[in-house]
Design a binder for this molecule. Structure first.
Ligand code: C5P
Length: 248
């Protein structure tokens, strides 16, 4: 069945570097190969909206991964601020509960309508990929994914190991983002539930998030190219041709 191909097959770079100048240099080195850049709590705490603006100036969309988890009113206010920054995606913890998730979804919709901008995709964190997991992990991820969907979120973040069942449970339009991506044999670092890019897409992920395998490579551009090639080999040109990078 044809799912929205614009929404699919994206490689997101986790911009987990120490400071804004290293971030800018890295983006210059990797060129325009990747169109969505993830900004996490370290860079955002250090530099705030300036780092969002820098990434957008370089032509990429921003995934603001601050994993909000607070009382509903506070999370709703934070989400409104993120909408004002024109981010493409943002995260919040599903463990914050239904009231918090609904408040966030409502705030995003209202603020985007008020500003006449596209509403960011709201993604629920289920179980972190750094969690080793247990026999209960899959069930927990699926129940949190269902909760996210019922509360009006657009998708979730989970490991590739749960993606196929989340897809079955939540349907074809639900956005699935999988971090914990490692090329075969690469150092997992603190990540536990890891998979290759190919395996993640094969299990139904719409987007994969990759940090250290690119950031720590001698040649980050070549590391990106290898991942694109791996996805191309797995799927044909559905995710973009290797010589063109991944389509936006
Ligand atoms: O370096 P690495 O590829 O492990 O980076 C993964 C990125 O994805 C990090 O920025 C991390 O914060 C983020 N992330 C994650 N697991 C989640 C949600 C986000 O690893 N469940």
């Amino acid at each position: 069945m044809a799912r929205d191909s614009n929404k699919k097959g994206k490689i997101i770079l986790a911009l987990d570097v120490a400071d804004i100048s290293s971030a800018g240099r890295l983006l210059d080195r990797t060129g325009n190969r990747l169109k969505i850049i993830k900004i996490g709590p370290a860079l955002f705490t250090g530099y705030g909206p300036k780092v969002v603006e820098m990434v957008r100036r370089k032509g990429a969309d921003v995934f603001l991964d601050l994993k909000f988890h607070d009382i509903p009113n506070t999370v709703a206010s934070a989400v409104r601020q993120a909408v004002r920054l024109r981010v493409k995606m943002l995260t919040l913890h599903t463990s914050g509960g239904a009231e918090m998730l609904k408040a966030a979804a409502e705030a995003a919709g209202q603020e985007a309508a008020r500003l006449k901008v596209k509403k960011p995709l709201l993604l629920g964190i289920t179980v972190l990929t750094s969690d080793r997991g247990s026999v209960n992990t899959k069930a927990t991820v699926i129940s949190r994914a269902r909760l996210a969907k019922n509360c009006g979120l657009d998708g979730i973040v989970c490991s590739a190991g749960e993606a196929a069942e989340v897809r079955r449970a939540c349907g074809k339009e639900f956005v699935i983002v999988t971090p914990g991506i490692r090329p075969r044999g690469a150092d997992a670092g603190d990540q536990k539930r890891v998979a290759t890019a190919k395996a993640a897409f094969a299990s139904g992920a719409d987007y994969i998030v990759v940090g250290r395998p690119i950031l720590e490579a001698q040649n980050p551009g070549a590391a990106i190219q290898n991942i694109i090639q791996e996805c191309y080999n797995a799927t044909g040109d559905r995710y973009g041709r290797p010589d063109q990078g991944i389509a936006r």
